[in-house]
Design a protein around this ligand. Structure first.
Ligand SMILES: [Zn+2]
Length: 307
């Protein structure tokens, strides 16, 4: 422990959402042009070993989290799904095989989330009520996605990055919980951004957490909890705690830089993060936030984001 870390009574009391997007090292967007889906079954899996490490880390810190899991992964690792559930965590859906929502039409999306959910409920023995789009791929191009999630009875989604990024993002979306379908209970809980002046900074995990010093994430989550009084939503991937994963030599340099930077320090940073703040499952955050969620369907984007 470091002497400068504030005592635990200094912890903001707000419970933040902790989430893991469960996919194997070869299933990430950065490698989608280097490794074909059809070849996945022939590649050596590492996801279960990484999940084992993550479950230990969460147990040591006594935190519960949500594991947004690919149907494809759950089909092949049912025992791993039971480890997660037996430790008190939530299993939610990350779609079947990481195809991004804007590559589907509504009927294909409906089928993808139906298939993934059936596999996940079968493996976990629990009802799946949450969904996270692969690569935060619900945006202005997919106006039907939230309607479909509501129709299939999902309680919440955490599928929007309310920021612009080169691979994803919905700049106009609200930063905190909103109801995207006016007459449904479905709540969308966007991944966290922090305000720096008038700018939204990505602060909910991914490459930013690995590449930037931990002090940035501490500052950002404290801003959100203390100054704005709202929960943060943080996510990471099993492959991020795995410095020994195979390297993909034919991937673009930029993808490799983004994928491999900071892997060796990730577990240590995560340890600090889970000890320093209060964390819970996403279904709990969705319940806590439901009453405060504004209605926002994306159509009056320009009006609502001024605030
Ligand atoms: Zn993913």
């Amino acid at each position: 422990m470091h002497g400068t870390v504030p005592a635990s009574n200094d912890k903001p009391s707000i419970i933040n959402g902790l989430s893991v997007d469960v996919e194997d090292w070869f299933q990430v967007g950065a490698f989608e042009n280097s490794i074909r889906r059809g070849d996945w079954d022939g590649i050596k899996t590492r996801v279960a070993g990484n999940i084992d490490r993550i479950l230990d880390l969460f147990a040591e810190a006594d935190v519960k989290a949500t594991f947004f899991t690919l149907g494809w992964v759950a089909e092949r690792h049912p025992a791993m799904i039971r480890w997660i559930v037996d430790a008190g965590h939530e299993i939610a859906s990350h779609g079947y095989d990481h195809a991004r929502v804007f590559t589907f039409d509504r009927a294909q999306f409906a089928e993808d989330i139906r298939k993934a959910r059936a596999i996940l409920e079968d493996a976990s023995g629990q009802r799946v009520t949450g969904y996270r789009a692969p690569s935060f791929s619900i945006d202005a191009r997919t106006p039907w996605a939230f309607e479909e999630l509501a129709e299939q009875g999902y309680a919440y989604s955490s599928s929007v990055a309310p920021i612009v990024h080169d691979h994803y993002g919905w700049r106009e979306a609200p930063r905190f919980a909103f109801r995207p379908v006016a007459d449904a209970d479905l709540v969308e809980i966007p991944v966290t951004t922090a305000m720096f002046g008038n700018r939204r900074l990505a602060a909910g995990g991914g490459g930013f957490f690995r590449v930037l010093p931990y002090a940035f994430s501490r500052w950002a989550i404290r801003q959100v909890n203390t100054n704005e009084g709202r929960p943060a939503v943080f996510y990471f991937h099993p492959w991020e705690v795995d410095p020994d994963q195979p390297r993909v030599p034919n991937a673009p340099l930029r993808s490799r830089l983004r994928h491999y930077t900071g892997l060796d320090k990730m577990a240590g940073k995560l340890g600090e993060l889970v000890r320093e703040f209060s964390w819970g499952r996403m279904d709990r955050i969705a319940r806590n936030e439901a009453a405060r969620a504004i209605v926002w369907s994306g159509e009056k984007a320009q009006l609502d984001t001024a605030a």
